[in-house]
Design a binder for this molecule. Structure first.
Ligand SMILES: *[C@@H]1O[C@H](CO)[C@@H](O)[C@H](O)[C@H]1NC(C)=O
Ligand SMILES: *[C@@H]1O[C@H](CO)[C@@H](O)[C@H](O)[C@H]1NC(C)=O
Ligand SMILES: *[C@@H]1O[C@H](CO)[C@@H](O)[C@H](O)[C@H]1NC(C)=O
Ligand SMILES: *[C@@H]1O[C@H](CO)[C@@H](O)[C@H](O)[C@H]1NC(C)=O
Ligand SMILES: *[C@@H]1O[C@H](CO)[C@@H](O)[C@H](O)[C@H]1NC(C)=O
Ligand SMILES: *[C@@H]1O[C@H](CO)[C@@H](O)[C@H](O)[C@H]1NC(C)=O
Ligand SMILES: *[C@@H]1O[C@H](CO)[C@@H](O)[C@H](O)[C@H]1NC(C)=O
Ligand SMILES: *[C@@H]1O[C@H](CO)[C@@H](O)[C@H](O)[C@H]1NC(C)=O
Ligand SMILES: *[C@@H]1O[C@H](CO)[C@@H](O)[C@H](O)[C@H]1NC(C)=O
Ligand SMILES: *[C@@H]1O[C@H](CO)[C@@H](O)[C@H](O)[C@H]1NC(C)=O
Ligand SMILES: *[C@@H]1O[C@H](CO)[C@@H](O)[C@H](O)[C@H]1NC(C)=O
Length: 834
C-alpha cells in the first residue's frame, strides 16, 4: 500500500507538480472536513485518538490508481479497512474530498485538461439542512461520520453503514427487516484491487436468520444461526474476554455487533475473494497483526458437501465423512461408495412416517441444518421436552433442537430436507431426528446395550430419586450455609457496591480453622509463604495462604491489591474468597480444591490413569486460557512467573485452575528491597532469558507453559534425566521430534487405540514452539489458544533452550550473584497496571 502519490502520477501532472510538493511537505493532519476545508491528496484526516486515518492511497507498489480509504494508523504498514471509491479509481492526484453545497461528502475530480470537475463518489444523502453547518469527522473506531450541527448534532451518514471487505469492532452486520437494507461485506477483487469481488458475507433473515458466505452468488459457507454464544458453523468462540458479541433478532432487524473489551485492542475480520474469513487482533507490544481465527478449514464446512439429510463427520476415523442421518440411506450408493456424498440421502424406502411408536434419535455435537425454512419459537419457556412434543404432533416435522444452546430454551423445527450438517469435535448442538419405531428400537438397543427397555425404566426411576435427593441436600446445605455465613464474623470489604464478593476474615476465626496453623494442616510451602487447609465453623473448607512477611506493603495497599486481583474471575483460575490483615499477618483465602496439584496426578503411576487424553487436552486448553486471561485482562496485566504442575490445581471434575496468580503483583517492587536473596520461579520451568539475564516478559510464561504441556503429554518431569545423563526432557523430545519419533515419548497409558495421534503431535509441536530459545520466536498465549482451537498448519519449531542440563547452574548459588540480583530486579516489570 502506498500513501504518497506514485512518481508516474506526479510526472503526468507536471502542471500541478509544484503545488503537490507543497501539499506533501506540509502533509498536515486534519481533524474535520468542512465546506471550506477539503481534504487533498497527500493530507490525512486523523481520528481524535490518532488510531485511524483517512486519506488517499494506492493499493500496491506500482499501482497508479488512487483511492480514498480509512486505515489503521498504529501499524507501520497501514492496513486499509474501508474504501470510498471502490469501483471508481482516480488516476491522478487532483481530486479532493469535500462537502458540497447539498451537504454531501463528495470525492471530486478536477480535470485540468478539460477544465471541468466530476463527482467520483458521494455519500448520496438526499435531504440536507444548511450545508455550512455540515462537517465530516473520523471516529477512533474507524467510522467516518457526516454530521449536521445546527444546535443539535445529527448523524446524516456514516461509513459503518457501508462496510467494505472488513468488519471492525463496533460495526454492525445485519439486515433491516422492514426496509431490506443490509450491512454486509463484499471482498476485494484482489489484494491490489478494492473493486467489488466475488465473495459476500451477509445475514440471510429467512426462517431463523443465519450468516452466509456466498461466492459468485451461490452459497459457499454457511456460518450459521445464533446459538446463544456463537454461530452454529463456528467451533471457536473462546476469546470472550477480548471481544463480546451482542446479537439482536426482533421484528425490525436482525444484526450483531462485535465489541472489544479493551479499547486499545483493534480487531478486524476480513473476507477475501476466495470466500475465506480471517479475524485478526493488533498486538501492540509486538507491532503486528495476530491471526486469531480463519475459516472455512475443512471440506465439511463447504455448503452442502454431503448433500441433503446427511451429516459430515471429519472425525470419522478415516472413514468416509458423509453419514446418512438415522432413517436415511444414500441416494446413489455407487457414488457414495466412491466417496462422493454430494447427492445426499433419502428416507429408507419401506418407511412411512406419522405412525405409532415414532421417536427421535439424537445426533450429537453438530452444526444444525440450514434454518432458512425452519420454524422458530424463541420463547424461553420452551424446553427441549416441550419442543419434542411439538415436533412429534406435527407430521411434517423431521427434526428439532433448542434455539439457545446456552439457556437450553426455545424450539427450532425442520419440515423438509435437512441441508448442510456437520459434526464438531468439542462444541455443537444436539439434533433430534425423527425416526420410525423400527429405527428407534435399533438405536435404543445400540445406545443402552443389553439393558433393554425394562431395565432402562428401572434405571431412570432410580436416577430420578437420586437426583431429587441430591437437589434437596444441596438446597438444605446452601440455605444453612448462607445463614451461618452471616453469623460468622465475615465482613464485606465494601459496603453496598460489593461486586467482587470479597470477604474480610477475622484472624481469630482462621486460627481456629487451622488448629493454630498447625503443621498437620499445612498443604504446602512456596516462595511466597505457606498454605494451610482450614475448616470454618459453617463446615466450609478453605485454603489459606499465609504470606511471608517481606511483602513490605501497607495494609491499604495490600487490600487494594487483593481487591483488584479478586476481580479477576475466570473458570481456570482459583477463586479468591477474601483476605485477612492483622498486624504483620497478611493472608489470602482461596476456595479449597480437594484434588491437589496436577503434579500429584501426572507424575504418579496410579493416579495418572485417571487422566486420559481427552482430560489432559482439556487441562492443557484450560491452563492456556487461564494464562491468556491473566496476560490480557483489561484491568491488569499479570505475568505469573511461577507456572508449574504443582501450581495447577484440579477441581472434582478435573478442570484445571491456576493458583498463585496474584503473587507477582502483591510482591511488587518493595519486595526487592526487603528480601533480595530470594529467587522467584522454579528451575526447569524458567526461560533462559529469565534464569540467566533476568529478563522477564509474557513470553517467559509461554516458556513455562510449554514445559508444562510437554510434561502433561509425557508424564515426565523436565528436571529428570532422559536418554542419557546430559539431556533434559525438552532436549530428549527435540531429538525424537527431529527423527519423527515424537510419539515414543508420549505417556504409554495414552498411546492406546483411541488416542488421536494428530492431536497429541500437535500438542508436542505447540510445546516445542513455546520453549524455543529466543523469546521473540515463541508464540503469545493468544496464538497458543488459537493453535489449540484450530486445525491450522503450525510453524516448525526451532531448537529449544536448555537442551543440555547445566549441572553446575544453581539460581541461589552466591557465586552466581549477578544473576540473582538481576532476577530480583526485574520483578518490577512483572505487572503493568493499565
Ligand atoms: C512491494 O515492494 C516490496 C519491496 O519494495 C516487496 O517486498 C513487496 O512484495 C511488493 N508488493 C507488491 C504487492 O508488489
Ligand atoms: C498517524 O498518521 C499521522 C499522519 O500520517 C502521523 O503523523 C502519525 O505519526 C501517525 N500515528 C501513529 C501512531 O502512527
Ligand atoms: C481546477 O483546477 C484549476 C487549475 O488547476 C483551478 O483553476 C480550478 O479552480 C479548479 N477547480 C475546482 C472546482 O477546484
Ligand atoms: C475554466 O472554465 C471557467 C468557466 O467554466 C472559466 O472561467 C475559466 O477561465 C476556465 N479556465 C481555463 C484555464 O480555461
Ligand atoms: C449516488 O447516486 C447515484 C445515482 O443516484 C449513483 O449512481 C451513485 O452510485 C450513488 N453513490 C453512492 C456512493 O451511493
Ligand atoms: C444488500 O445491499 C446491497 C446494497 O447495499 C444490495 O445491492 C444487495 O442486493 C443487498 N443484498 C440483499 C441480499 O438484500
Ligand atoms: C430491535 O432491536 C433494535 C436494537 O436493539 C432496537 O433499536 C429496535 O427498537 C428493536 N425493535 C423492536 C421492534 O423491538
Ligand atoms: C461488551 O463489551 C463492552 C465493552 O466494549 C461492554 O460495554 C459491554 O457491557 C459488554 N457486554 C457484555 C454482555 O459483556
Ligand atoms: C459427485 O457426483 C456429482 C453428481 O451427483 C458430480 O456432479 C460431481 O462432480 C461428483 N464429484 C466428484 C468429486 O467426483
Ligand atoms: C425395512 O427394510 C429393512 C431392510 O431393507 C428391514 O431391516 C426393516 O425391518 C424394514 N422395516 C420395516 C418397517 O419394514
Ligand atoms: C438453504 O439456504 C439457501 C441459501 O439461503 C437457500 O437458498 C435454500 O433455500 C435453503 N435450503 C433449505 C432446504 O432450507
Amino acid at each position: 500500500m502506498k500513501l504518497c502519490p506514485p512518481k508516474e502520477v506526479i510526472l503526468i501532472n507536471i502542471i500541478q507538480f509544484f503545488l503537490l510538493l507543497v501539499f506533501h511537505s506540509s502533509c498536515h493532519p486534519l481533524t474535520r472536513i468542512t465546506p471550506s476545508q477539503p481534504l487533498k491528496d497527500g493530507d490525512v484526516l486523523l481520528s481524535d485518538g490518532g488510531t485511524v486515518a483517512l486519506g488517499f492511497f494506492s493499493p500496491s507498489n506500482n499501482s497508479r490508481r488512487r483511492y480514498v480509504g480509512i486505515w489503521y494508523n498504529r501499524s507501520s504498514k497501514p492496513t486499509v479497512f474501508w474504501v470510498a471509491n471502490r469501483q471508481n479509481p482516480l488516476y491522478d492526484t487532483s481530486a479532493v474530498l469535500s462537502i458540497d453545497t447539498l451537504g454531501n461528502i463528495v470525492l471530486v475530480h478536477n480535470d485540468s485538461h478539460l477544465n471541468r470537475t466530476s463527482t467520483i463518489w458521494s455519500s448520496n444523502v438526499s435531504t440536507i439542512p444548511s450545508f455550512t453547518h455540515t462537517f465530516a469527522k473520523l471516529q477512533d473506531t474507524g467510522n467516518l461520520v457526516l454530521i449536521s450541527d445546527e444546535g443539535r448534532p445529527k448523524v446524516l451518514w456514516q461509513s459503518f453503514d457501508y462496510p467494505g471487505d472488513t468488519m471492525v469492532a463496533f460495526m454492525k452486520m445485519g439486515v433491516d427487516r422492514k426496509t431490506g437494507f443490509n450491512w454486509s461485506l463484499t471482498s476485494w477483487k484482489s489484494p491490489d484491487d478494492p473493486g467489488l469481488g466475488d465473495a459476500t458475507y451477509i445475514i440471510d433473515p429467512k426462517g431463523y436468520a443465519q450468516i452466509f458466505v456466498y461466492k459468485n452468488g451461490t452459497p459457499f459457507w454457511r456460518i450459521g444461526s445464533w446459538t446463544g454464544e456463537r454461530w452454529s458453523g463456528v467451533a471457536q468462540m473462546t476469546l470472550y474476554f477480548i471481544f463480546n458479541i451482542t446479537h439482536v433478532d426482533n421484528a425490525s432487524e436482525v444484526s450483531y455487533i462485535t465489541r472489544v473489551m479493551d479499547p486499545s485492542l483493534f480487531l478486524r475480520m476480513v473476507l477475501d475473494n476466495t470466500g475465506h474469513v480471517t479475524r485478526y487482533v493488533w498486538q501492540a507490544n509486538e507491532n503486528r497483526w495476530l491471526q486469531i481465527w480463519y475459516g472455512p478449514t475443512e471440506n465439511c464446512d463447504h455448503y452442502g458437501w454431503c448433500g441433503s439429510n446427511s451429516n459430515c463427520d471429519p472425525y470419522n476415523g478415516g472413514k468416509f465423512e458423509c453419514i446418512c442421518l438415522p432413517g436415511f440411506e444414500p441416494t446413489n450408493l455407487a457414488e457414495w461408495n466412491m466417496r462422493n456424498g454430494s447427492s445426499g440421502c433419502v428416507r429408507k424406502k419401506n418407511v412411512s412416517t406419522c405412525q405409532s411408536g415414532e421417536g427421535f434419535v439424537k445426533v450429537t455435537r453438530v452444526k444444525v441444518p440450514n434454518t432458512s425454512k425452519a420454524s422458530v419459537d424463541e420463547s424461553e419457556s420452551m424446553s427441549l421436552k416441550r419442543c419434542e412434543g411439538k415436533c412429534l404432533k406435527d407430521c411434517s416435522c423431521v427434526a428439532y433442537t433448542n434455539v439457545d444452546d446456552v439457556k437450553q430454551s426455545g424450539c427450532l423445527t425442520w419440515h423438509a430436507d435437512m441441508e448442510d450438517i456437520r459434526t464438531f469435535e468439542n462444541v455443537g448442538q444436539d439434533l433430534y431426528v425423527r425416526v420410525d419405531a423400527h429405527e428407534l428400537a435399533k438405536h435404543e438397543r445400540k445406545h443402552y446395550g443389553s439393558l433393554g427397555k425394562k431395565g432402562m425404566g428401572t434405571l431412570i426411576v432410580i436416577s430420578i430419586f437420586l437426583i431429587a435427593f441430591m437437589v434437596i441436600t444441596f438446597v438444605y446445605w446452601f440455605v444453612k450455609n448462607k445463614n451461618q455465613a452471616r453469623r460468622m464474623g465475615k465482613t464485606d470489604l465494601f459496603d453496598g457496591k460489593n461486586d467482587s464478593n470479597l470477604t474480610l476474615f477475622d484472624l481469630k476465626n482462621l486460627v481456629e480453622a487451622t488448629n493454630n496453623f498447625s503443621d498437620t494442616n499445612m498443604l504446602g510451602k512456596g516462595g511466597f509463604g505457606s498454605v494451610y487447609k482450614g475448616l470454618l465453623k459453617d463446615g466450609m473448607e478453605i485454603a489459606i495462604k499465609r504470606l511471608s512477611k517481606y511483602s513490605g506493603q501497607g495494609i491499604e495497599e495490600f487490600r487494594n491489591e487483593v481487591t483488584l486481583i479478586a476481580k479477576l474471575q475466570h473458570r481456570n483460575l482459583v477463586r479468591i474468597l477474601g483476605c485477612c490483615v492483622d498486624g504483620d499477618e497478611k493472608m489470602l483465602i482461596y476456595e479449597y480444591l480437594p484434588n491437589k496439584g496436577l503434579d500429584s496426578f501426572i507424575f504418579d503411576q496410579e493416579k495418572k490413569l485417571q487422566l486420559d487424553w481427552r482430560k489432559r487436552f482439556d487441562v492443557i486448553c484450560g491452563v492456556a486460557r487461564g494464562i491468556l486471561y491473566l496476560h490480557h485482562d483489561s484491568r491488569l496485566r499479570i505475568i505469573h512467573r511461577d507456572l508449574k504442575a504443582s501450581n495447577i490445581l484440579l477441581d472434582s471434575a478435573m478442570n484445571p485452575k491456576i493458583a498463585d496468580f496474584g503473587m507477582a503483583r502483591i510482591f511488587g517492587e518493595d519486595q526487592i528491597e526487603a528480601n533480595t536473596n530470594r529467587v522467584v520461579g522454579t528451575y526447569g520451568y524458567m526461560s533462559p532469558e529469565y534464569a540467566m539475564e533476568g529478563i522477564f516478559s509474557i513470553k517467559s510464561d509461554t516458556y513455562s507453559f510449554g514445559i508444562l504441556l510437554l510434561e502433561i503429554v509425557t508424564s515426565k518431569k523436565n528436571s529428570g534425566h532422559y536418554d542419557d545423563i546430559s539431556s533434559t526432557l525438552v532436549g530428549h523430545i527435540w531429538n525424537l521430534w527431529r527423527e519423527s519419533r515424537a510419539m515414543d515419548i508420549v505417556d504409554p497409558s495414552l498411546r492406546g487405540e483411541t488416542c488421536p495421534k494428530h492431536e497429541v503431535l500437535k500438542c508436542i509441536q505447540i510445546g516445542l514452539l513455546c520453549v524455543q530459545e529466543y523469546a521473540t520466536d515463541r508464540p503469545t498465549m493468544l496464538e497458543v489458544v488459537s493453535m489449540l482451537d484450530n486445525e491450522s498448519t503450525l510453524a516448525p519449531p526451532k531448537q529449544p533452550a536448555f537442551l543440555f542440563k547445566r549441572t553446575n547452574f544453581d539460581c541461589s548459588d552466591p557465586s552466581n550473584g549477578e544473576g540473582v540480583n538481576s532476577i530480583n530486579e526485574i520483578s518490577t516489570t512483572v505487572v503493568e497496571a493499565r
